[in-house]
Write a protein that binds this ligand. Structure first.
Ligand code: FES
Ligand SMILES: [Fe+2]
Length: 386
């Protein structure tokens, strides 16, 4: 059975093959202060990265009975998964005198989180478990009042989601919405991480994301890598909630017949998602890349690329096969082409380009920025017609 939203996009895509629709969006100009202005970035950090549920990891990255630091946001976070499987998040700070508790993003097996300073210890559920010399040093201390500061976190669709705002609304049924069904149909929860690559990119985070909202560049920027796998700029999209689903026509797609199953569908169509605000999922025929863009400053971004494969490699030959895929898709395509293009774009904008010229095949960029503007409270108009 093919997941209904995937089949729907497939059918719309084959219609575009027969008869490309007339360009209707016209040319639109997008002002570039949105990429350069530090005040704008501060607002994004507060409202998007501080106030929305974020997809921060694949579930398999944090096994039961493990803890890891998560340092991609302005707030230092600890992620834990208890032996019973429950994922939780806490501010990475001791309730005694504030010391950072966990260092390093690699997950560590642990029964307790032990502060490096005076060894107060916490359970993975966040409760304060023990205090050295408690009776004489802290007579009357109510340990139950000194648990770690908890943040909203939960697993959904095979991913771990986190919100840095302890008071904000965290409703994943509403926020993730229909995408959870897509991730289930793609078997995300059963995948494992083959490779996780982290790059610092000298570009605004949205410029990197823009590259994943249009396929006009695929035949050009990716001429030495991916171009042969895709038709030119034949894409359909829909926008569940704040997010986006894209179906991109691969070379073998014809309007003749429908695929027999989901595996065949993935050889004809590449599905890509924007998980608002800062994650892109790209569904290749036999693996999935999860790209997440964390702003450092207006002109610098940490891009995390997690490559998911259906099961661990069974032998060296399989490992080498996945390694070749990973090297192609990450080193050559993402880092060498998409991220590099974003960095070059940032350079040009910083040199004085005040507006970007957005054409029909790039209208996904406008939809993305419209959602950002709305989430920021609808400040400056996103764009004007040329
Ligand atoms: S600061 Fe953590 S135990 Fe003292
Ligand atoms: Fe690209």
């Amino acid at each position: 059975m093919i997941h209904a939203p995937h089949l729907d996009l497939f059918r719309r895509l084959t219609q575009e093959l027969d008869q490309p629709p007339a360009a209707d969006a016209g040319i639109v100009m997008l002002s570039t202060d949105r990429y350069l202005d530090p005040a704008r970035l501060a607002g994004e950090k507060q409202k998007l990265f501080g106030g929305l549920p974020l997809l921060v990891a694949h579930g398999s990255e944090l096994p039961p009975g493990h803890v890891m630091a998560f340092d991609r946001l302005d707030l230092p976070v600890i992620l834990t998964r208890g032996k019973e499987g429950q994922v939780r998040a806490f501010v990475n700070a001791c309730r005694h005198r504030g010391t950072r508790l966990v260092s390093g993003e690699a997950p560590k097996s642990a029964n307790r989180i032990i502060c490096p300073y005076h060894a107060w210890s916490y359970r993975l559920s966040g409760e304060l478990a023990s205090v050295p010399l408690e009776a004489e040093a802290f007579p009357g201390l109510e340990k139950s009042d000194y648990g770690l500061m908890e943040l909203p976190a939960e697993e959904r669709g095979g991913f771990i989601w986190l919100m840095a705002d302890r008071e904000g609304r965290f409703d994943l049924d509403d926020y993730v919405g229909d995408l959870a069904g897509d991730f289930e149909a793609l078997g995300v929860a059963g995948h494992v991480v083959f490779a996780k690559r982290v790059e610092r990119v000298p570009a605004n985070w949205k410029l990197i994301s823009d590259a994943f909202h249009e396929s006009y560049h695929v035949k050009r920027l990716h001429s030495a890598s991916l171009a042969g796998f895709f038709k030119d700029s034949i894409v359909v999209d829909d926008w569940p909630g704040l997010h986006a689903r894209f179906a991109i026509a691969r070379t073998d797609l014809t309007a003749v017949s429908e695929p027999a199953d989901a595996a065949e569908l993935r050889t004809l169509v590449t599905f890509a998602y924007t998980v608002f605000p800062n994650t892109t999922l790209i569904v290749s025929p036999d693996y999935i890349n999860v790209l997440t863009f964390y702003p450092v400053s207006a002109g610098e971004t940490v891009a995390v690329d997690t490559m998911l494969i259906p099961e661990p490699p069974a032998n060296e030959a399989e490992r080498e096969h996945w390694q070749r895929s990973s090297d192609l898709i990450h080193d050559q395509v993402f880092a060498g082409e998409d991220f590099r293009a974003a960095a070059l774009c940032h350079e040009g904008i910083a040199a004085g380009i005040t507006e970007l010229t957005i054409g029909h095949h790039e209208r996904g960029i406008l939809e993305f920025h419209r959602r950002i503007d709305e989430a920021l409270g609808g400040e400056a108009p996103a764009h004007r017609s040329a």
